[in-house]
Design a protein around this ligand. Structure first.
Ligand code: SAM
Length: 312
């Protein structure tokens, strides 16, 4: 049984709620999603937002961030795998595999097809991986995937890669690509998704809490939120080496392999600006999710971490 399945089984009773594995549907209880959705929309409209934010280590005007992040990903889109390999020394592939196995998604026998959303899904690594896993492990060829990303250049890479997958011939229209800001997801109805995933994307959002609130809104009661993201290294010595590598070598490698020092510099700084594992778990709870156990699993001493939340 996967780690997630065990966590869920342990937490299968959440107050008066019961979760059914696989279908992730609620069997009893009522959801607070409508109130929450209203609150989210209200927050988005009325919160006193600071007029500045960070872009890596730079202080910028709030309304500049989306464009600057857009420029970074437009610039790396065609070399996206190379960027990931440089950033993680190739380990991102192992982390992504582990993430997918841990979620162990797929329609269970006799169940209904699942609705997945992969936010900031870019080139589709996680989206294709989830559907492949569902097929290989649960004979699921029906569940559907929506990949959303704010950046059309990244989505276009995903669309191109999709054409090379087995899904195109097997079952067309199982995957749709939508240009959407993950902080709002205005084209995604409330309570419509069983799984929300976001991998190496949420740290680039201007307002991470709005992204989490939007995730909560679009998930069905019992739906699973899962995030794979760079995080904080939990070992002092390793952290020292990691910092040296990140700040000295990475921007240089960005310049040498992709002629793009600035984007790599931003990516390193954005990792350092991202909240710690415990802070991020707190934000997931704040969005309304039930967080099982401590809420995260560190990968490679915390270089990356997986966070889980369940919509109650
Ligand atoms: C490092 S890539 C990750 C792509 C993919 N999820 C993966 O794991 O390979 C980060 C992605 O986040 C997207 N992104 C940044 N801000 C976003 C936002 N506010 N809403 C949706 N996507 C966003 C970028 O366009 C980019 O495609």
């Amino acid at each position: 049984m996967s780690f997630l399945a065990k966590s869920l089984r342990k937490s299968a009773k959440v107050g008066s709620f019961k979760l059914r594995l696989g279908s992730t549907r609620m069997l009893s209880g009522t959801s607070n999603s409508n109130n929450h959705a209203d609150e989210t929309k209200k927050n988005q409209l009325t919160t006193d937002k600071p007029s500045t934010t960070h872009f890596g280590y730079k202080e910028i005007l709030l309304n500049q961030k989306e464009r600057l992040v857009g420029d970074v990903f437009s610039s790396v889109a065609s070399n996206y795998d190379l960027m990931n390999d440089v950033m993680s020394l190739g380990i991102h592939r192992l982390w992504k595999d582990h993430f997918i196995k841990k979620l162990d998604p797929g329609m269970r026998p006799g169940g209904e097809p699942l609705e997945f959303i992969d936010a900031a899904g870019g080139t589709g690594d996680i989206a294709f991986g989830l559907l492949r896993h569902a097929k290989q492990h649960h004979f699921d060829t029906k569940s559907r995937m929506t990949v959303v990303d704010i950046n059309n250049d990244m989505l276009n890479e995903g669309r191109k890669r999709y054409l090379d997958t087995e899904f195109v011939t097997e079952s067309p229209n199982r995957i749709q690509f939508l240009q959407q800001n993950g902080e709002v997801l205005d084209k995604i109805p409330d309570n419509s998704k069983d799984f929300y995933t976001v991998s190496f994307g949420i740290r680039n959002f201007t307002n991470i809490q709005s992204g989490l609130n939007a995730a909560y809104r679009v998930l069905k009661p019992g739906g699973i939120f899962a995030c794979l993201e760079f995080s904080k290294v939990d070992n002092e010595y390793l952290n020292f080496i990691y910092n040296k590598y990140s700040f000295s070598l990475l921007p240089l490698m960005g310049e040498l392999v992709a002629n793009d020092r600035a984007s790599y510099q931003y990516l390193v700084e954005s990792i350092r600006k991202f909240p710690s594992q415990d802070e991020f778990s707190g934000m997931i709870r704040k969005a309304g999710f039930y967080v099982p156990g401590k809420g995260y699993e560190n990968l490679t001493f915390g270089v990356a971490a997986i966070h889980i939340g369940i919509k109650i």
